[in-house]
Design a protein around this ligand. Structure first.
Ligand SMILES: NC(=O)c1ccc[n+]([C@@H]2O[C@H](COP(=O)([O-])OP(=O)(O)OC[C@H]3O[C@@H](n4cnc5c(N)ncnc54)[C@H](OP(=O)(O)O)[C@@H]3O)[C@@H](O)[C@H]2O)c1
Length: 251
């Protein structure tokens, strides 16, 4: 892709790098010679080997910072670890998320809180904790991964859709608050993408796909490419938008 100015070494913070869309974003960041702190709770031996390979092939560092996004304490500790490194944070990509399908009446308060904690509070808390580093270093770019569900009102998506809709609102509002500090905030809202998050929902997914303009799932590359475009200098005039990458979900 390039479109990334190579005047200085760039560093990114990424959540959700262990698999799916986040893993593809990690791979593409490394290809652009961008160092990455991966805020992950899962880090297998196989994943470590994959990281070592990415580091060697691309001449970057990729650090694992343990972070369970369902815990405020863990988020704070992870953010402190990143800040202690004293490197500039150029990019923050909040990709981690959890799916939750249930009817409104059957959605417990506990489940709703958990979905909101991971999908909504964790990205905004990370932004609050890390933006000061960006401000000190003259700015940065933030991408929040939302969902097409955040724009729709489909039965069974009450907690998930609401959490992503709230994230969209936060993304747009933060883009205004943080713009004076040189921080650009945008969102990417994927549609159905071929990752583990959709396991077990095949029947629902087929129904959605049949109503789309493009009758197939996205592959994670197609989502990660848009994230990379938004991070790149090619997107220098885009701020406060949520880009829908959903195969044409026309209502
Ligand atoms: N795939 C789709 O169809 C689709 C559609 C719309 C939006 N999205 C959004 O895209 C993003 C990425 O999802 P994906 O499709 O790549 O799903 P995925 O393959 O299931 O990956 C989800 C990622 O989030 C991480 N995560 C979940 N809970 C966490 C927690 N408590 N602490 C730390 N990390 C946690 C997972 O880490 P572990 O490995 O530790 O579980 C994993 O890395 C999500 O925000 C999702 O809502 C996906």
């Amino acid at each position: 892709m390039s479109g990334f100015c190579m005047d200085k070494v760039k560093n990114a913070v990424l959540t959700g790098a262990s698999k799916g869309i986040g893993k593809k974003i990690l791979e593409k960041l490394a290809l652009e010679k961008i160092n990455v702190w991966c805020l992950c709770r899962t880090w297998s031996e196989e994943f470590s080997e994959y990281i070592e390979k990415l580091e060697k092939e691309n001449g970057v560092w990729i650090k694992h910072v343990f972070c369970d996004l369902s815990s405020e304490n863990s988020i704070r500790t992870a953010a402190s670890t990143v800040l202690l490194d004293k490197n500039a944070i150029d990019y923050l990509i909040n990709c981690a998320g959890i799916n939750y399908r249930n009817s409104f009446l059957m959605t417990s308060a506990e489940d709703m809180k958990n979905v909101f904690q991971v999908n909504y509070y964790s990205p905004i808390r990370l932004i609050q904790l890390l933006a000061k580093n960006m401000i000190r270093n003259g700015g940065g770019k933030i991408i929040n991964i939302s969902s097409a569900s955040g724009f729709e009102h489909n039965i069974g998506t009450f907690a998930y859709g609401a959490s992503k809709n709230a994230l969209n609102w936060a993304t747009e509002t933060m883009s205004r608050e943080l713009a004076p500090f040189g921080i650009v905030v945008n969102g990417v809202a994927p549609g159905i993408t071929d990752t583990d998050i959709n396991k077990g929902n095949e029947v629902e997914i087929e129904k959605v796909i049949s109503n789309m303009n493009i009758h197939r799932k996205a592959n994670p590359d197609e989502i990660a490419d848009i994230v990379m475009f938004l991070l790149s200098d090619k997107a220098s005039y885009i701020s406060g938008h949520i880009i829908r990458v959903d195969g044409g979900r026309v209502k």
